[in-house]
Ligand binder design. Structure first.
Ligand code: PLP
Length: 369
């Protein structure tokens, strides 16, 4: 006989998921209704307008994809890439590489510009790459979760217009916690997730596309090579036609709606400021105990910090003690940074002084052990 569910209550200070706000978990407990119920359709409309606010965009086609961030990532690629399109991807970490793999599977002629992990691209480097490759799409990761670096986007949309290409942006680790101005920046396609800066469980992922991107979709010669994520079909479910597409994970949408409502109630600028203030408090505390941070301060993310593992310290062992003895999760390094850094996330509901205090209280004890 199996025992009833018994999952420890952890403080999730890794790269995500972060802890959901208690009100979000409570909303998720609401009994489900049918996915074409007027009450649910109204909630979908609310999610759309709350997402527009959170992303600072007027894009009509702004929805949540039923799936995690990777599904929303795939939705941007599937709906924008036609076989043979040159797609230029900025790779300075693990998720840039995931975009490369994905775009290749949709028949793109993939080109890359690269940077050491933890660094970002300058506008002039992007200009040179656009001149060289003349892509149909430029794809960048705003918040590279594997490195903790924030790619500046201001001015990139203007460059893309000059070179006649679309701008696709991964905002998985930035939405809600890092300033984003999709329309001012001229971003054409963006995606995110629910489980980080929005403070919601994983599974319902924000997706948006601009009118320019919609026009490219309408003019394409080949069908979108992914039925589930085809915006021609999904748009009819989220739009006024309300044509059945799939059975939405109703309770996750309750949770997402509550998370976005809380964010709007706080005010998006206030949330950005809160994330910045708490991460600066974390950086100061980590430096006080003698730890070094991987990314140059100017380009550090407020949502995710990469902390260098000191020489002679077994990073995995420390993370294991934090988890087993103190119920605190921090992440290890990914890819090139595996074994070299810990990744500490302060996202959404978890971006609070209490979370930082708890980690700073425990970490020196664990390190001295
Ligand atoms: N892109 C970035 C930058 C991420 O950090 C992640 C996940 O952490 C993803 C994409 C994929 O999201 P998910 O794990 O929700 O599928």
């Amino acid at each position: 006989q199996l025992a009833p569910l018994d999952i420890p209550n952890r403080l999730l200070l890794g790269p995500g998921p972060s802890n959901a706000h208690p009100a979000v978990l409570e909303a998720m407990n609401t009994p489900p209704v049918g996915h074409l119920d007027p009450a649910f359709l109204g909630l979908m409309d609310e999610i759309q307008s709350l997402l527009r606010y959170t992303w600072q965009t007027q894009n009509q086609l702004t929805i949540a994809v039923s799936g995690t961030g990777t599904a929303a990532m795939e939705a941007t690629i599937a709906n924008s890439v036609e076989p043979g399109d040159v797609v230029l991807i900025g790779v300075a970490g693990y998720f840039g590489n995931r975009l490369v793999d994905m775009a290749g599977r949709y028949g793109a002629d993939v080109r890359t510009i690269t940077k050491p992990w933890g660094q970002v691209f300058s506008l002039s480097e992007l200009r040179t790459a656009l001149e060289t490759h003349r892509p149909a799409i430029l794809a960048l990761v705003h918040a590279e979760t594997s490195t903790g670096a924030r790619q500046p986007i201001d001015g990139v949309g203007d460059l893309c217009r000059e070179f006649g290409c679309l701008l696709l942006l991964d905002t998985v680790t930035s939405l809600g916690g890092v300033p984003i101005f999709l329309d001012t920046w001229g971003v054409d396609l963006a995606y995110s997730c629910s489980q980080k800066g929005l403070g919601c469980p994983p599974g319902a992922s924000p997706f948006t596309m601009s009118q320019r991107a919609v026009e490219k979709l309408q003019q394409r010669k080949t069908k979108v090579a992914n039925w589930y994520l085809d915006m021609n079909l999904l748009g009819k479910y989220w739009g006024s036609d309300r044509i059945y597409h799939h059975t939405a994970p109703i309770n996750l949408y309750y949770a997402l709606r509550e998370a976005l409502r809380l964010l709007a109630q706080e005010g998006i600028e206030n949330s950005w400021q809160r994330h910045q203030k708490n991460v600066e408090y974390l950086w100061a505390g980590l430096e006080d105990i003698g730890l070094k941070l991987h990314v140059q301060q100017e380009f550090r993310l407020p949502t995710l910090t990469t902390v260098c593992i000191p020489d002679g310290v077994d990073g995995k062992a420390i993370a294991k003690i934090l988890l087993n003895d103190y119920n605190i999760e921090v992440g290890g390094g990914l890819g090139e940074l595996a074994g070299k850094v810990w990744r500490v996330g302060l996202m959404g509901f978890n971006s609070r002084t209490e979370s930082v205090d708890r980690l700073l209280e425990v970490l020196p004890q664990v390190l001295s052990k």
